[in-house]
Design a binder for this molecule. Structure first.
Ligand code: HEM
Length: 518
């Protein structure tokens, strides 16, 4: 670094000759208003914080790459998708990944029992693709309009400022679709040992679209080559007693040591359509697609090999959104996906600012430079490239300026027909069935932890919530309900005698579905 570069300056580029003392009249003051260097320094400091994410505030990020195998299930990936990122064998697409917990604030302990966010920004040669997912492959709710209520119930009570089990279970009681996710979160899977040792998933259903304009429904998954490892409640509290950043520390140190974490990126695909033969709706994000019928097909590998230079500039200001797709990967009618797609960029225009996409961490890579006619707004620091665009910031123009890209030969057109209204899925059997299967698939120690965690929580809840939760769990699996009732001291017979939830069909426990490999 040259001597000149080392000189401390103000933001205006003026050399700072004294950074130790503000200007005062004499040794004992007072200070004066034209103390510009001091004012610049302090007022910038006063603005160092931006709002933390409304959810997923606590996180850590790393750079890396994705490398496609060029195939899906032994066939060329192009059979399913024309997206280059999935087809270009051996090309390394730069990625930025941010892992997170959901409910706690920015400095909260990373041992929290919570789903873990797994958000990936692929900087592909065709522009950015964001996959904003979690580690558990499912979610609590299937209609986006419920998200603010759910988060309010899970966040601290507005009066006591404490997370209260009764608020969590009160919400869950009215949402049997959440039982699958609750069974995951309250088991050791709710506390992954590290970010390196957990799965990832896009959770929502997307579409892959090929050159012929044919679409398939798809789910995206990441399987850690480090294996999966989860913690008991006791192990987590022991870590938390001396370290509230163990997952950040682990990821950072592994990358610094050159032990680059790696995930196999897989898809599950099914023909586009309604699938009346399935007892769940493939657009319902509270359900897994059984892996014996829809196997995980590897499409490439994801490697993290570089820590950020600056946490604020990169991790904190990174902005992922479910609307950020490339050609060949499309939206499905998954109602959660559609609701999320509005929410992310909306919150980021507020959280980071209207020009958040100009920041290097969020801007597309050099082969896909952004060329728009968008102008101005807070913190604009450049005009999109191109000589002619300096003057012609509109389209069309017969003199020059930006032009539309050519249309693909065969595009995907989705037929849509129906009556506008508010609907709930009629396929509710799997709400209980998948949660029961999950319970039965766990190893003994995982089931013991789950029962002890849910039972311990329910002890702190009022009776109507206790009874309804045991009723739900009993319908998932009788053993599940019975054991939780035992631990919490709840009257099982009284719980079983409850009528079905108003407006919801009675659960059907007869079916024995498939089990899952993980
Ligand atoms: C972050 C909304 C469902 C995963 C966020 C943020 C919002 C949000 C507003 C903060 C974004 C930011 O400040 O940059 C919603 C809404 C949902 C929903 C409205 C449902 C309708 C989900 C689901 C998943 C998920 C189903 C998992 C599959 C994430 C992740 C982040 C996040 C991983 C953190 C991204 C990062 O690291 O910056 N969500 N979310 N969300 N959400 Fe969601």
């Amino acid at each position: 670094m040259s001597e000149q570069r080392k000189t401390l300056t103000t933001r205006q580029g003026h050399p700072v000759r004294d950074n130790q003392s503000m200007r005062t009249v004499g040794e004992r003051g007072p200070a004066t208003l034209e103390n510009y260097q001091f004012i610049e320094k302090i007022t910038h400091f006063d603005r160092e914080r931006i709002p933390e994410r409304v959810v997923h505030a606590r996180g850590t990020g790393a750079h890396g790459y994705f490398e496609a195998y060029g195939t899906i299930g032994g066939e060329p990936a192009s059979k399913y998708s024309r997206a280059r990122v999935l087809n270009e064998t051996g090309v390394q697409t730069p990625v930025f990944v941010r892992f997170s917990t959901v409910i706690g604030g920015k400095e909260s302990p990373e041992t929290a029992r919570d789903p873990r966010g797994f958000a990936i920004k692929f900087k592909t040669s065709e522009g950015n693709w964001d996959l904003v997912g979690n580690n558990l492959k499912v979610f609590f709710i299937r209609d986006a309009i419920k998200f603010p209520d759910m988060i309010h119930a899970f966040k601290p009570d507005p009066v006591t400022n404490q997370q209260e089990p009764w608020r969590f279970y009160d919400f869950i009681c009215s949402h049997p679709e959440a039982l699958n996710m609750v069974t995951f979160v309250k088991s050791p899977w709710g506390i992954p040992a590290t970010y390196r040792e957990m799965e990832g998933s896009g959770v929502n259903t997307y579409k892959l679209v090929n050159d012929q304009g044919v679409a398939h429904l798809v789910k995206f998954h990441f399987e850690p080559k480090q294996g999966v490892r989860n913690l008991t409640a006791k192990q987590a509290s022991e870590i938390q007693a001396h370290d509230t950043s163990h997952a950040t520390r682990d990821l950072y140190a592994a990358i610094e040591r050159g032990e680059y974490p790696e995930w196999e990126f897989c898809v599950q695909v099914m023909a586009d359509g309604e699938h009346p033969e399935l007892d769940f709706d493939p657009l319902d994000d509270t359900k897994r697609w059984p892996e014996d019928r829809f196997p995980l097909l590897p499409v490439g590998r994801l490697v993290l090999n570089r820590n950020p230079d600056n946490v604020f500039a990169e991790t904190e200001q990174s902005a992922f959104g479910t609307g950020v797709l490339v050609d060949g990967i499309d939206f499905s009618d998954d109602k959660m996906l559609q609701g999320r797609t509005l929410s992310y960029s909306d919150t980021q225009r507020y959280r980071v600012g209207p020009n958040y996409l100009q920041l290097p961490i969020n801007a597309p890579q050099s082969k896909a430079v952004a060329r728009t006619n968008q102008r101005d707004g807070q913190m604009t620091f450049y005009v999109d490239n191109g000589e002619s665009e300096k003057h012609i910031n509109y389209e069309p123009s017969i003199l020059g300026g930006l032009q539309e890209a050519p249309q693909p030969e065969k595009d995907y057109h989705q037929p849509v027909q129906g009556h506008l209204g508010r609907y709930q899925t009629s396929k509710t059997a799997a709400d209980y069935q998948q949660a029961g299967e999950r319970y039965r698939t766990f190893e003994d120690w995982e089931r013991d932890e789950l029962v002890s965690n849910v039972g311990g929580d329910l002890k702190q809840c009022p009776e109507p919530i206790q009874l309804r939760m045991v009723w739900h769990l009993w319908h998932c699996d009788q053993d599940y309900g019975r054991r939780v009732a035992d631990v919490a001291g709840i009257d099982l017979e009284k719980a079983k005698a409850l009528p079905p939830l108003p407006g919801k069909p009675a659960p059907n426990q007869d079916r024995q579905g498939p089990t899952y490999t993980s």
